[in-house]
Ligand binder design. Structure first.
Ligand code: ATP
Ligand code: MG
Length: 570
């Protein structure tokens, strides 16, 4: 089965009923009162200054999910007002990741930079109405006059410039007459407001920087708080959903739109929810960038990264991420979500959707002494135990096999039921074998195990199953198996809260987060296409790497183990 995760139809694992939450309740109320005429229009507003991560997925699934469930629209809008930090590479990856997650914005792909002209005109309006002024204090001076949580701020000596003087200075700021930082445009609100965001915030600054879309056209750029609410209003957003740290900015959001009510004629409602914090990970773009730039990982799409491109390479499916965001829900209070929950969502999805195959990750030779040399016998393995209609495939048995090193113990520990001296095990889909002896090399390492098989015990033949053995191990014929690189990943951090309590998160990096193995795969796996996902029996779920696989020579990444065994020694 060739599996394209993005177009897989819903299954029990990925079709979930949306749970009620405070945002849905609010929309239901608005729909009952007719506030928006039944319209639901949301947006996901990333800044193109990095790659999207699992925290962004929460916001994407929330915004696009609401639009989907209420028959509305969700816009993808780039908040591109910081030209020095932004570029087209980030725009492209964000578009690709949102699409990969399974969402569609139709014709609503927007950029704040598309509104630069309108934002400028509206700023002139604010000046003309006496609601904004040009200040010539330095950033430092502005900060020192701003006051604190307990102390009111002080007015700038330039607060009362005339409207004409303000207009003239603002136009010259735009014309490029001044150096960076020489002047700023500030909203004229209230320096004694208990909310510091309302103490005459800066809304425009001079930056002679090249913008990835507008080039060198602008030498002034609008600030986030000013840009965001107007962009929402121009796009006629109904519910502007953001994370809790913007709660204190809401009065400013509302203030700007109130002053310009006759100009923009739409006043979206800002609604805040708690951001996603996940254990054993960091979700700060700055820290993720630092991991990339200091080569602590192999790039933004390193399979250990919590970026969507990294998770995709690791084997996460869009379904599993959507299932995760449905499970965690949305609320108003900050909390930590255990990474195990994310991994469980992937297991649940892949348990249903991934065909079964066999791979031996750490090979050890097993020789069946009484199996004739050169003879090959066909065994049959089902492609999915719960889906018999997926069929089965032949697996060749011959005299020399590979088994997992951990499936043999010379001196077995208590409760060890796999192969050991004196013990019998079943070779899965084949025969029961009995230990005969072993060969070691000069270093005392085991080179091969010898056994004999019982020809009356073949799986699936009458009476064969009546003989019970406790161990059941997988294997591959050495004549048929293909050698392949397989990468085993573990969590990137060993601490549940890598960046809490003033710790340097880099100190909690897991030195064993990647292990590269030379494994053996059953022959059919050499045709695996990039991004094809499988369960390797007893070993976990694996994906053919989309970047480094070559035709006929896939490289596999382990996406997740079969069970949650993290932190328990195996
Ligand atoms: P920064 O603004 O510091 O660059 P950011 O993570 O906020 O970082 P944005 O591009 O502004 O990046 O984020 C886009 C949207 O994703 C915002 O609406 C933001 O609230 C939301 N978002 C970011 N991180 C999380 C998170 N951990 N959980 C939920 N939503 C998030
Ligand atoms: Mg942000």
């Amino acid at each position: 089965m060739k599996d394209n995760p993005a177009v897989r139809p819903p299954t029990a694992a990925n079709a979930t009923m949306p749970a009620a939450n405070f945002i849905r309740n609010l929309i239901d109320d608005d729909n009952r009162s007719g506030k928006w005429g039944g319209r639901v229009e949301t947006r996901f507003p990333p800044e193109p200054n990095g790659y999207l991560h699992i925290g962004h997925a929460k916001s994407i699934c929330l915004n696009f999910g609401l639009a989907r469930d209420y028959g509305g629209i969700c816009h993808l809008r780039f908040d591109d007002t910081n030209p020095e930090k932004e570029n087209q590479e980030y725009v492209d990856t964000i578009i690709e990741s949102v699409r990969w997650l399974g969402f569609d914005w139709g014709r609503n792909l927007h950029y704040a930079s598309d509104y630069f002209d309108r934002l400028y005109e509206l700023a002139e309006q604010l000046i003309t109405r006496g609601h904004a002024y040009v200040d010539s204090l330095t950033a430092e001076e502005i900060r020192s006059l701003r006051g604190t949580l307990t102390e009111v701020g002080k007015n700038s000596p330039h607060r009362d410039r005339s409207i004409n003087e303000n207009l003239d200075l603002f136009r010259r700021m735009k014309a490029g007459d001044f150096a960076d930082g020489e002047y700023v445009l500030r909203a004229k609100i209230d320096m004694s407001s208990p909310n510091i965001n309302l103490r005459d915030p800066v809304i425009y600054r001079i930056r002679r920087a090249h913008h990835h879309r507008t080039g060198d056209r602008w030498s002034i750029y609008p600030m986030y708080d000013y840009t965001h609410c107007i962009s929402d209003a121009l796009e006629r957003i109904t519910h502007s959903i953001c994370t809790l740290e913007f709660e204190d900015h809401r009065p400013l959001y509302d203030w700007v739109l109130d002053q310009l009510q006759d100009q923009v004629q739409c006043h979206p409602q800002q609604v805040e929810f708690a951001r996603l914090n996940m254990t054993y990970t960091v979700t700060s773009k700055r820290k993720l960038m630092e991991l990339v730039e200091s080569s602590l990982v192999d790039g933004w799409d390193d399979p250990r990264m919590p970026t969507l491109v990294g998770m995709r390479r690791r084997g996460y499916t869009p379904q599993s991420i959507r299932l995760f965001t449905d499970r965690i829900g949305v609320s108003k209070s900050d909390s930590w979500i255990d990474m195990g929950l994310l991994e469980d969502c992937l297991r649940q999805d892949l348990n249903e959707s991934a065909p079964r195959r066999i791979a031996v990750l750490r090979p050890l030779k097993l020789i069946i002494d009484n199996f004739p040399e050169g003879q090959v016998e066909e065994c049959t393995a089902p492609n999915h135990p719960q889906n018999p209609e997926w069929g089965s495939r032949p697996v060749a048995l011959s005299r020399v096999l590979y088994i997992e090193q951990e499936d043999f113990m010379e001196v077995p520990t208590k409760g060890y039921f796999r192969l050991s001296p004196g013990m019998e095990v079943r070779l899965r889909y084949a025969y029961i074998v009995k230990y005969v002896g072993l060969v070691k090399n000069d270093n005392g390492e085991i080179e091969e195990i010898h056994c004999t098989y019982d020809p009356d015990t073949k799986s699936g033949t009458p009476g064969a199953e009546s003989r019970k053995v406790k161990g059941n191990i997988h294997w591959l014929s050495s004549l048929h198996a293909c050698k392949s690189e397989v990468r085993i990943f573990d969590r990137l951090f060993v601490e549940p809260h890598p960046d809490s309590g003033g710790k340097d998160y880099k100190d909690s990096l897991n030195p064993h987060s990647r292990e590269i193995l030379s494994a053996y795969l059953e022959p059919s796996l050499s045709d695996a296409l990039p991004e094809e996902l499988f369960q390797f029996e007893r070993n976990g779920y694996f994906i053919a790497d989309r970047v480094e696989s070559k035709p006929g020579r896939p490289i596999f990444n382990r996406a997740v183990t079969l069970r949650d065994s993290w932190g328990k020694s195996s």
